[in-house]
Design a protein around this ligand. Structure first.
Ligand code: GLA
Length: 694
């Protein structure tokens, strides 16, 4: 009997131990760990130990192998060669580096795609994407998945009990780099996806509104992927929305399927992630919640982001890393940055040098966002291939540290000091947590508005980031959430342009406000149902009771024209979008249109709702002045204090520390309380400098 109870106790404790190990690995008490990518397969073996030892000597703590090494792992079909990888992992172990091991699925070998060209994706022009780049294989190809299953299973079995393997990255930035897949694999999988969703073709015809322009289908086989290159006008918006949903499901399914393959063999403490671009594309991070956690990659300086002021193009915008932190952290509660730009890159519109100190500032911004680790692509600058001019930690000679490498090294040293001061149990100052704010992200709304923006000046990502930047200036901690989150934990909830919704969501918002929440709804919210149909009611009718106003119409102006609203006696400019509303009798008008044919009509309204409030912001401006004043009024009326940081300055509390970063192009003085202990930096920050205090 005793033996039976003993055995039972082991079985009971095993999952608890496994979970605690997993949580320990992910939620370590090292504040944040720092590492770099290394590609043994791209360097002479006699340089490996020199390089790997250097990674350690520079203070880095882990490295990352294998995401592009399939043709080295399996040079011919069925002939596997992992000896080189074994040696590279042994060298990492010898120098006390952990290893993130990757599945090599972004780059199938030439022998595979030559034998099975059907695994390749087809682009919107109908051209097959050939071997010679990367990400050329279709997630929907069963033939491809057979090869993936073999090599991933082989890796999992080989390295499951290797103590140096910290965790696994699946694929690399799984995406087709903003191309959709129109291959036969995708066509077939899309039809299957639709049949599973709609069951009957009549249900699909109703959902897609196919009576419009006689688009009615008789069966699922008639359906082809909507492709703007194959229709004279834009494709059916409902079909397009479903195709984006299908593609989002296809890429997440491909990654989660690999996680399942790994977890058949690897121990619980070897976590599994992938590294998504923190962009707003067809790869929807919210579809990866079943991963242990999701990491992101971030590059800010490549000619597309002018940042703040004269030298901002060398630092990027202050919201870029912050938004990514606050978005990805809320997908599973834990996140990391798998690639943080390591200095000058090669693929940009133009590729300027980063300002001295910028990489270090970015690393601290990553830390302030609660990331468990930060890594970069890559340790050595490549001498060959399409990324020859891409900085690494080391210069082209492999022995001289690059300018940005110096910055990684500096942070690695400072980390040891911060770890001594780190208190994982610290709680945020009350004034800070009192202004905790959620921004509700709606992927479907973004996808639908991208297809039908109504105006070339509409941009969902700019719209949502406008509010994010205002909250940064308030020094408000932000969570970027989705509908699955509990709204009640946030004093303020901002719902930007949630165009697609259902009446249950509106009821949840009402309940949130009635219970004391302060809800901010912006323009275009509630125009459509979940199938992107306009309501068979007045425009946006489901939100009228909630906002205490009725939508009359919306307007927009050409770029060359500017209109105005009046608020508290001041004039503000807009021209992107205007919802013109008629408030009900108990609703306050905070701003009215002060020109155009609808002068005097309401632009911004506020209504009490139970113990809370609902503010509706009907305009979308470029300068964010209207939105800033309105948000300030919301917090003031809610007796929630806010700061007022200058543009480009970020201040965040995390881990018991205050962090301030200066992305602006001028010296900024940070208001540090007299009794504070400055641990790193000083209160007068030059551009790209950081100060950390407690
Ligand atoms: C991405 C990829 C890397 C590399 C870098 C270049 O993040 O994941 O493989 O191409 O960009 O900046």
């Amino acid at each position: 009997m005793k033996n039976y109870l003993y055995l039972l106790s082991i079985f009971l404790w095993m999952p608890i131990i496994a979970l605690s190990q997993q949580l320990k690995v992910i939620d370590n008490d090292k504040l944040m760990e720092i590492g770099t990518y290394y590609y043994p397969e791209q360097w002479p073996e006699n340089e490996w130990e020199r390089d790997i030892k250097k990674i350690k000597d520079l203070g880095l703590e882990f490295t990352h192998y294998g995401e592009f090494a399939w043709s080295t792992m399996e040079p011919e079909e069925g002939r596997y060669n992992f000896d080189w990888l074994d040696k590279a992992i042994e060298l990492a172990a010898k120098h006390n580096l952990k290893v993130i091991l990757c599945t090599p699925t972004p780059t199938p070998p030439a022998w595979l795609t030559n034998k099975h060209p059907d695994v390749l994706i087809k682009n919107s022009e109908g051209r097959i994407i050939q071997h010679g780049g990367r990400q050329q294989a279709s997630w929907n190809s069963l033939v491809y998945r057979n090869y993936v299953e073999k090599i991933v299973t082989m890796m999992a079995k080989r390295y499951a009990n290797n103590k140096t393997v910290w965790g696994w990255q699946i694929d690399n930035e799984p995406s087709h780099y903003s191309s959709f897949d129109y291959s036969d694999n995708a066509q077939k999988a899309f039809r299957q996806w639709l049949e599973k969703k709609y069951t009957t073709i009549n249900n699909l015809n109703t959902a897609w509104g196919t009576a419009f322009w006689s688009q009615t289908y008789n069966n699922f086989e008639q359906i082809i992927i909507p492709n703007g290159k194959e229709t004279l006008q834009k494709p059916n918006p409902h079909a397009m929305l479903d195709f984006k949903r299908f593609t989002g499901d296809a890429v997440s399914d491909f990654v989660l399927w690999q996680q399942d393959l790994l977890k058949k063999h690897i121990p619980a403490h070897q976590w599994v992630t992938t590294n998504l671009m923190a962009d707003h594309s067809i790869v929807d991070p919210l579809r990866f919640k079943k991963l242990d956690f999701v990491t992101y990659t971030k590059y800010l300086v490549a000619g597309f982001d002018m940042g703040h002021g004269e030298q901002g193009f060398r630092m990027g915008s202050s919201n870029a890393i912050g938004f990514a932190n606050d978005w990805f952290r809320n997908i599973t509660g834990t996140t990391g940055v798998m690639e943080l730009q390591p200095g000058q890159v090669n693929w940009g519109w133009y590729n300027p040098q980063t300002m001295k100190g910028t990489v270090r500032m970015w690393i601290y911004h990553v830390m302030a966002g609660g990331n468990k680790f930060v890594c970069n692509y890559r340790f050595r600058q490549p001498l060959t291939g399409l990324e020859q001019y891409h900085y690494g930690i080391m210069q082209t000679d492999g022995t001289s540290v690059s300018t940005s490498g110096e910055e990684y090294t500096q942070v690695a040293k400072e980390l040891r000091l911060l770890r001594k001061e780190y208190n994982p149990e610290a709680t945020a100052p009350k004034s800070y947590s009192d202004r905790k704010t959620a921004i509700l992200y709606s992927t479907d709304s973004r996808w639908d508005m991208e297809h039908q923006p109504q105006t070339f000046q509409w941009d969902y990502v700019k719209h949502i980031n406008k509010y994010y930047k205002i909250l940064q200036s308030f020094v408000a901690p932000v969570d970027v959430i989705d509908e699955t989150h509990d709204f009640s934990q946030y004093p303020v909830l901002i719902v930007p342009a949630c165009q697609l919704l259902d009446k249950k969501l509106v009821a949840r918002w009402k309940e949130y406000a009635d219970n004391g929440g302060h809800l901010v709804i912006t323009c275009r919210t509630g125009q459509k149902n979940r199938q992107a149909h306009l309501w068979n009611e007045k425009l946006s009718a489901p939100i009228y009771d909630l906002i205490g106003a009725e939508e009359l119409f919306f307007d927009m102006l050409p770029e060359e024209r500017t209109a105005h609203i009046k608020m508290d006696g001041n004039n503000f400019k807009w021209n992107n979008w205007a919802d013109v509303v008629k408030p009900s009798k108990n609703t306050e008008i905070w701003a009215s249109y002060s020109d155009q044919f609808y002068e005097g009509k309401a632009a911004v309204t506020r209504t009490k709702s139970g113990k809370g409030s609902v503010t509706f912001i009907g305009v979308d401006s470029d300068d964010a002045k209207t939105e800033t004043v309105v948000l300030k009024k919301v917090y003031d009326r809610a007796n929630i204090g806010t700061e007022n940081l200058p543009e480009g300055v970020v201040m965040q509390w995390k881990h018991g520390f205050w962090f301030a970063m200066n992305y602006s192009s001028v010296v900024q003085t940070i208001n540090i309380p007299a009794n504070s202990k400055i641990i790193i930096g000083q209160k007068d920050l030059k551009p790209a400098e950081v100060v950390i205090w407690k």
